[in-house]
Ligand binder design. Sequence first.
Ligand SMILES: [Zn+2]
Length: 252
Amino acid sequence: MSRNSSLQALVLSVRPFGEDNRIVKFLSKEKGIFDAVLYGGPKSKLRAYVSPYHFGNLWIYTDETKHSIKITDFEVIKYHPEIRENLFKTWCASFCSELVIKTDACGEYEKIWTLANGFLDGISVSSEDECRIAFLRFIWRYIGIMGLQCDTESCLHCGENLTNSKGKIYFSILENGFICENCFNQSNDSFFELSSEAIIFLQAVTLLSPKEARSIPLHFSTTQQLHEFLTFLINRYTGCKLKTLEMSSGIL
Ligand SMILES: [Zn+2]
């Protein structure tokens, strides 16, 4: 059985297929992540429309017997041109795309659809400094959708409230959780040391609305601290070394 259908989709990646054709990976709310073939040479108008991080209305033809999907049309609603004009934004978008593909959007298509589109829209209109913080929110929310956010409110051992903690806060790599200064035994473990500003930021991203969380400023040193910590966590939780993170030196 074959059929024509249409849906809203985000282009995650495009790669060559045969001489003139391309295989395009899309994310949609209904179908999750799927491949579709784009036929046509360099002069094809569709080829310019179907580019990474473009969002729009997609028309496809599904051939059930051949297990193939062909792109018949794509109407771009958002081009996100700013992403291509800035190296850091391009890197953020390709990280987003790689993460979504490698985790198959955690099987949570609707939630990842909202998160990924919100992230790309956000970095399009933000300054580079704001993008660096948006990147941190994006990873922490992604970890939340994976169901792997650890408790940021109390010490894993003694239950002390970390928000009011005057001492240092550690993330134990071995125990995968936050520990207060009194309970932490540095000689036994590999760890990240985080400021209370970093902990409060993570809590805010979990608890507040995206709009409220966006208004929380971060010192540059905390941004760096969280970048190191969250990129470590996302590599750990996805179980794969994300290529975009390996390529990040020189951009960050
Ligand atoms: Zn403790």
